[in-house]
Write a protein that binds this ligand. Structure first.
Ligand SMILES: Nc1ncnc2c1ncn2[C@@H]1O[C@H](COP(=O)(O)OP(=O)(O)O)[C@@H](O)[C@H]1O
Ligand SMILES: [Mg+2]
Length: 245
C-alpha cells in the first residue's frame, strides 16, 4: 500500500483539486484507491458527493477501532473509496499529539490489503497532523503556484523537514499555471533548476477545474478531453512511475 499526500503550507494552491483528480486517475488505471480527506473543511468529501461525517467518531478512527465498512464510503467511481472528513476532523490534530510516528499509516492497518494507493488531502497547517503525515507517507506532492512567494513556502517546508530530520521526499509540481505570463515561465524554470525531484507535468489554470464544485466529480468524469484533465492524467503517470518498487 503506497501512500502519498497533497500538501503545502499555503492554502488555495490546488491541493484538493489535485488530490481528487490524481486519485480518480489512479482508480481509472485499475488501482484500488482510498482517498482520505484530512481537512475539516471537507472539500474533497464534498467533491465526491459524500456527507461530511465520520461514522463512529474521530477518536475511534484514530485508535484504529472504527468499523471500516461504515467509515469508508464508496464513490461513483469504480475502485475509488473515500474516508471522509467532517468539522470534527479538527480533533484529529489533538488526538495525534499523543501518538507515535507514522500513526496515520498504522490507523489503516486493517484495510491495508484492500488498497494499492492511499491519497491524503491535508489542511495547510504545520501541526501534529502534518508531522505525523510526514512520517506516514512515501512522498509529499506539493502544488506550487508559479509565484516567488510560493517558491519561498516550498523552501520553508524543506527547511522544516531538514530541521526535524525528516526524510520524507518532497515532489513539487506547478499548478494554476498561465504560460502567457512571463513571470510564471521564470518561476517554472527556477523550480526546474532548484528542485530536481519536481514533477515535470504542469497543471494549467483552467475554469473547468472550478467546475468540479458544480459537477461534484473529478475532471475525468465530466471533462476528460480538456487540457487540465489530460494534465492530471500525465501527472499521475509520472507519480506512478516513481512509486514503483
Ligand atoms: N488548475 C486550476 N485552474 C483553475 N482553478 C483551480 C485550479 N486548481 C484549483 N483551482 C481552484 O482554486 C481554488 C483552490 O483550489 P483547492 O484545490 O481547493 O486548493 P487547496 O486545497 O490548496 O486550498 C478552488 O476554487 C479551485 O477550484
Ligand atoms: Mg483543500
Amino acid at each position: 500500500m503506497r501512500m502519498v499526500s497533497l500538501y503545502s503550507i499555503k492554502g488555495g494552491v490546488g491541493k484538493t483539486a489535485s488530490a481528487v483528480n490524481l486519485a480518480a486517475e489512479a482508480a481509472n488505471m485499475g488501482l484500488r484507491v482510498l482517498l482520505w480527506d484530512l481537512d475539516p473543511q471537507a472539500a474533497t468529501t464534498f467533491y465526491l458527493q459524500v456527507k461530511p461525517r465520520i461514522r463512529g467518531g474521530v477518536e475511534k478512527l484514530v485508535k484504529g477501532k472504527s468499523a471500516w465498512e461504515k467509515v469508508i464510503r464508496t464513490t461513483a467511481l469504480d475502485n475509488l473509496d473515500l474516508l471522509p472528513a467532517s468539522l470534527a476532523s479538527r480533533e484529529m490534530d489533538h488526538l495525534l499529539e499523543k501518538r507515535g510516528t507514522s500513526h496515520l499509516r498504522q490507523m489503516l492497518k486493517e484495510v491495508r490489503k484492500e488498497y494499492d494507493l492511499v491519497v491524503l488531502d491535508c489542511p495547510p497547517t504545520l501541526s501534529h497532523l502534518s508531522e505525523n503525515m510526514f512520517t506516514s507517507v512515501d512522498a509529499l506532492l506539493v502544488p506550487v503556484v508559479p509565484t516567488t512567494l510560493s517558491l519561498r513556502t516550498l523552501e520553508q517546508l524543506q527547511q522544516f523537514l531538514d530541521d526535524q530530520d525528516l526524510a520524507c521526499p518532497l515532489w513539487p509540481f506547478v499548478t494554476l499555471a498561465d504560460r502567457r505570463r512571463s513571470m510564471h515561465l521564470e518561476v517554472m524554470e527556477e523550480l526546474g533548476n532548484d528542485w530536481p525531484l519536481r514533477l515535470s507535468t504542469v497543471i494549467p489554470a483552467a475554469s473547468v477545474v472550478e467546475r468540479m464544485g458544480l459537477e461534484r466529480a473529478p475532471l475525468c468524469e465530466f471533462a476528460p478531453s480538456t487540457p487540465a484533465s489530460k494534465a492530471y492524467a500525465a501527472l499521475w503517470q509520472e507519480v506512478e512511475q516513481r512509486l514503483r518498487p
